[in-house]
Design a protein around this ligand. Structure first.
Ligand code: GLC
Length: 754
């Protein structure tokens, strides 16, 4: 379709109309020119298509679909291939249901365990979130269906999400909150991007030219269209100009009219409206010209796939020899989630699952007894329920408590206020553990929880929100039909107050200050050398693995080179399993505050017992760089970097050091107020200072000299040098005793500035 020619035939009213939705889920047609409407639908882990009354919060029904594991779970797979496969299945369902764009993935960084939508997001780490979302997008779009990566950007809380301003410095935004979107755009070109509700440093994302045009398109090369989150538009005319192409949902013509008036009044260039229409239509026709409603959607097959994926995601956090369970033993399943598993979150991503397989369903002929233990919706456990659970536990070889966060504890639309499980569940777990030492807890939650009973139980399996077949996956893992291989995509802190955003999370009024900067998640806990309940990247298996023999393709590179890192991983246990080899990079000495280590690579490797394999990573400039706010660019400071491999951020098994030489010298203008330290640490500037340094040293007593014993006792050579280094250049006039004239000092400054 010749999009430009098509738009050139449209009236201004028709074009303005194209810039907003027809209703909750469709773009507008232009009947006069035969331009059809297309449909978009949630959500990231399954199709929420409302073919009757539409809403953006899951109030009205949607068609029967397959609820796959949510992002909190799939992120724990550390498996790009799994995310790609998930995307393909969701793309196929969209083709089958004639949906042009699926509204996902959701990649906002998990800044705090409190965010109500954490279940829908991947990680506290931008590299993991970016890599996995790119794989998902490529999977969906391989079916000629689009995605809408969201919520761009810095939408990290539900509290006041439609009015608050996420205030973060440039480096924090670039290194943490924008980074997953950048990776996805560069590696997968999502057909659309969904801007977030919130402001960023005071400007709504929906009318933020820096975000939507300068960065997204100008720097990253995004080619599709930007849609708003539902109801996120404040000033529609400013939005069009800023790069917000499509307002969703429909504003009933109110904002279309404002666009027309603004163009007519000369306040908005019609070419900008044309550009928005061209972007929207290019994506719509990209779908229309490849529409395949005959695409099969085998929901039963996807249900089984959902179970397989969930089993690859669940994280074994503790196993003191109690798992896997034996199928010939009497086992007690305790807790309502064994019968009615919590497998997804509330809000726009909520799927109308065509079926659910609970752990009890999956137990089938196994020798499993059941006790409800608690009332999830009622958030309570009567003494009778506890007593029944205790009796069941006593009569069994092992007891498995299916616990976690009820729907009311975490959802789109509001945040959590604490990290605790329901008190009734903690009470139940402790009672069961007291009754049976072989107690295992299976957790269903979208974000970290506290575990006061951890020392009292022998096993913990983090199931996250594992999709409609979560119960089947859990049973397969519990009884050893599958081997756990998930790893935590977020840190579980010991208590909420340990979290770096704790003092500021939620903000004051509409001001939300990201004062922890880049120190999010393990970046904070590692820098502070804090104990955590379970670290980022942690996960056990029914076998064991070892990483060793880390070697580098070079000991020294420049920031223009790539570095190849090879690590050997071995299955040192007695059964087949999958290891997640994680690669971390750290700057040993930098002029900015940097994390101890940052994830810059991961690979999931299936190994037979005793099998070894080499895993190779390629690191480029970005693996070593930080965002330099003076340069407004990524910059690598020359020096030594650690390259570490391990099975969690706290389990580093092999490391090496590489020297990186920067080819970019940030321009620096020194003045008479510049201190000697900065000049002396800058090789170029020091070359100009060197010839006169001895004379200057003697002015401040640095560098030794025949001082009296008294004088030497008063100020050591080291102290003198330290004082010199903190002295401003102008001090030479004050302490030089006239040896250096102002003109001479100005001359030296010119030399230093080259
Ligand atoms: C919601 C969500 C967004 C969703 C959209 C449509 O408010 O923030 O993720 O895709 O509206 O339901």
């Amino acid at each position: 379709m010749d999009i430009k020619a098509l738009v050139s035939q449209m009236t201004l009213e028709e074009k303005a109309g194209l810039c907003s939705g027809l209703d909750s889920w469709h773009t507008k047609p232009v009947e006069r020119l035969g331009v059809p409407s297309v449909m978009v639908s949630d959500g990231p882990h399954g199709l929420r298509k409302q073919d009757q009354k539409g809403d953006h919060l899951g109030i009205n029904d949607s068609i029967k679909a397959v609820c796959m594991p949510a992002a909190c779970a799939t992120a724990a797979s550390f498996d790009r291939e799994l995310l790609g496969k998930l995307g393909e299945r969701i793309g196929a369902s969209c083709q089958h249901e004639e949906v042009a764009v699926v509204l996902g993935p959701a990649v906002n960084i998990k800044r705090s365990p409190l965010c109500g939508r954490n279940f829908e997001y991947f990680s506290e780490d931008p590299y993991l979130a970016g890599e996995l979302s790119a794989a998902y997008i490529n999977g969906v779009q391989s079916k000629d269906v689009g995605t809408s990566i969201k919520h761009f950007a810095a939408n990290n809380q539900e509290h006041r999400r439609m009015s608050s301003s996420s205030n973060a410095d440039e480096r924090t935004l670039r290194e943490i909150y924008l980074a997953p979107f950048e990776t996805a755009v560069k590696k997968a070109q999502p057909w659309t991007v969904m801007c977030s509700y919130n402001r960023i440093n005071g400007t709504y994302a929906s009318e933020n030219p820096w975000l939507l045009t300068e960065v997204l398109r100008g720097e990253w090369g995004f080619e599709g269209y930007v849609m708003s989150d539902w109801g996120a538009v404040s000033d529609r005319v400013a939005g069009v100009a800023a790069g917000l192409d499509l307002e969703m949902p429909s504003s009933g013509g109110v904002n279309d009219k404002k666009i027309v008036e603004a163009v007519r009044a000369g306040k908005l260039d019609e070419a900008v409206v044309d550009r928005a229409c061209e972007r929207i239509l290019a994506i719509n026709y990209r779908y229309l010209e490849n529409a395949k409603p005959e695409t099969p959607w085998d929901q039963e097959a996807d249900h089984e796939l959902s179970a397989q994926m969930a089993a690859e995601c669940m994280v074994l956090l503790k196993n003191d020899g109690v798992l896997p369970l034996s199928k010939s033993d009497d086992i007690a399943f305790i807790g309502e989630f064994a019968e009615k598993p919590r497998f997804q979150g509330g809000g726009s991503s909520h799927i109308n699952s065509f079926k659910t397989t609970s752990a009890l369903d999956a137990a089938g002929e196994l020798r499993v007894t059941y006790a409800r233990g608690y009332d999830a919706a009622g958030d309570c456990a009567t003494d009778e329920m506890i007593a029944e659970a205790v009796a069941a536990a006593k009569a069994a070889k092992a007891a498995v408590v299916f616990a976690g966060l009820p729907d009311s504890y975490e959802s789109e639309g509001y945040d959590r206020t604490h990290m605790a499980l329901p008190a009734c569940q903690n009470r139940l777990i402790e009672a069961v553990a007291a009754a049976n030492p072989n107690t295992v807890v299976v957790l269903h939650n979208g974000s970290p929880v506290e575990m006061p009973w951890l020392d009292q139980v022998k096993g913990v399996l983090e199931a996250y929100l594992g999709g409609q077949a979560a119960g089947l996956a859990a049973v397969r893992l519990l009884f050893g039909d599958a081997n756990p291989c998930g790893h935590l995509p977020e840190t579980f802190p010991k208590k909420l107050a340990d979290n770096p955003s704790y003092l500021f999370y939620g903000g004051e009024g509409d001001e939300v200050d990201y004062r922890e900067g880049v120190f999010v998640g393990y970046r904070y806990y590692d820098k502070k050398e804090m104990d955590v309940l379970f670290p980022f990247g942690y996960g056990l298996s029914y076998t064991t693995f070892a990483c060793s023999n880390l070697r580098l393709s070079a000991e020294k590179i420049t920031d223009r080179d790539t570095l190849t890192v090879t690590v050997t991983v071995k299955n040192t246990g007695s059964r087949a399993g999958k290891a997640v080899v994680q690669l971390y990079v750290g700057d040993k000495k930098s002029t900015v505050k940097r994390p101890v280590r940052e994830l810059k690579g991961f690979e999931k490797v299936a190994l037979a017992p005793g099998e070894s394999r080499d895993v190779t990573f390629t690191l480029d400039k970005r693996a070593f760089a930080y965002w330099n706010a003076a340069l407004h660019d990524w910059h690598v400071e020359s020096g030594e970097f650690t390259v570490e491999a391990g099975q969690s951020s706290r389990d580093i098994e092999a490391s090496a050091t590489v020297t990186v030489e920067s080819t970019v010298q940030p321009p620096h203008r020194y003045t008479l107020d510049s201190i000697f330290m900065d000049i002396m640490d800058d090789p170029r500037a020091m070359a100009a200072l060197q010839p006169v340094l001895e004379g200057i040293n003697s002015m401040f007593g640095a560098g030794g000299g025949g001082e009296s014993e008294v004088a030497k006792a008063a100020i050591s050579e080291e102290m003198a040098l330290a004082m010199l280094r903190y002295m401003p250049l102008r001090a030479v006039i004050s302490f030089g005793g006239g040896a250096v004239s102002p003109e001479q000092l100005e001359g030296l400054l010119r030399l230093i500035n080259g």
